[in-house]
Design a protein around this ligand. Structure first.
Ligand SMILES: NC(=O)c1ccc[n+]([C@@H]2O[C@H](COP(=O)([O-])OP(=O)(O)OC[C@H]3O[C@@H](n4cnc5c(N)ncnc54)[C@H](OP(=O)(O)O)[C@@H]3O)[C@@H](O)[C@H]2O)c1
Length: 235
């Protein structure tokens, strides 16, 4: 049975991915920074839960110890993420973004991803077929962001796309360093979740499709790529 950890899986795309992977026969750990939210989500899905705040070293180390003691890990889905909008759900553009806002978004999306991946590497290296899925975004694509007339070009935010561009680079460099693992970045598409004040145009079922697919790749599957549901994306 494939043993899978999904960070930030108590709601949104992570929760839907967990639902689908449980249905596909995975033993899923719902990573949740709030134990009660994690417990409720796991109970609904027939999954397990582990307390995990991606911004906190001690919490990530404790989660890795718990999952190791429980039998190890085959699949890591680095899903926890924030966009860093204002309380009125406004995207923060270049005129207003500050170093502190950048740091907050990078703390979760970038440093959190590295913190979790680093902590779980020893477990993944003991798996017969280790897989990592990193949640990126179409907004990470420098090609799209610089192509006038696209919705991506029109997005004014700075911190979030910069953090996801970093996720893409992290993905490529880890994939080269660990050729025995399948490590890919995915773009779920603009999905209705709390991240964007539920303004997304897709359902979580649609958005989770590429995450679920990449979580299930075998040893001959792609690695070091950037995909949405239709195929490879331009960097
Ligand atoms: N929705 C979209 O249109 C879209 C598009 C492209 C990419 N993505 C990416 O997809 C991923 C999931 O986003 P979503 O749309 O499902 O958002 P969401 O509904 O807001 O869910 C985000 C999840 O991340 C968790 N989280 C946030 N900070 C955390 C931390 N420090 N430690 C652990 N968990 C943390 C949240 O936990 P709490 O409940 O405790 O806050 C929640 O479970 C993100 O990486 C996002 O960037 C989303």
């Amino acid at each position: 049975m494939r043993r899978t950890l999904i960070t930030g899986a108590n709601k949104g795309l992570g929760f839907e991915t967990a639902r689908r992977l449980v249905a596909a026969g995975h033993l899923v750990y719902i990573g949740s920074r709030d134990p009660e939210r994690g417990r409720r989500a796991a109970e609904r899905l027939g999954a397990r839960t582990v307390r995990l705040d991606v911004t906190d070293d001690a919490s990530v180390a404790a989660a890795a110890r718990a999952i190791e003691a429980d039998g190890g890990l085959d699949v890591l889905v680095n899903n926890a993420g924030v966009e860093g909008r204002t309380e009125d759900n406004e995207v923060i553009g270049a005129a207003d973004v500050t170093a502190d806002m950048m740091r907050q978004v990078f703390e979760t999306n970038v440093f959190g991803m590295v913190r979790v991946t680093h902590a779980f590497l020893p477990l993944l290296q003991r798996s017969a077929c280790p897989v990592v899925v990193n949640l990126s975004s179409g907004l990470a694509s420098l090609t799209r962001v610089t192509t006038p007339g696209t919705p991506t070009h029109a997005y004014p935010g700075v911190a979030y796309p910069a953090s996801k561009a970093a996720v893409n680079m992290i993905t490529v460099q880890y994939a080269k360093a660990f050729p025995a693992m399948r490590i890919n970045a995915v773009e779920p598409g603009y999905t209705r979740t709390d991240l964007n004040g539920n303004t997304g145009t897709q359902t979580v079922e649609e958005g989770a499709e590429i995450i679920v697919r990449m979580a299930q790749v075998g040893p001959d599957g792609p690695t070091g790529g950037f995909f949405d549901v239709r195929g490879p994306l331009p960097w």
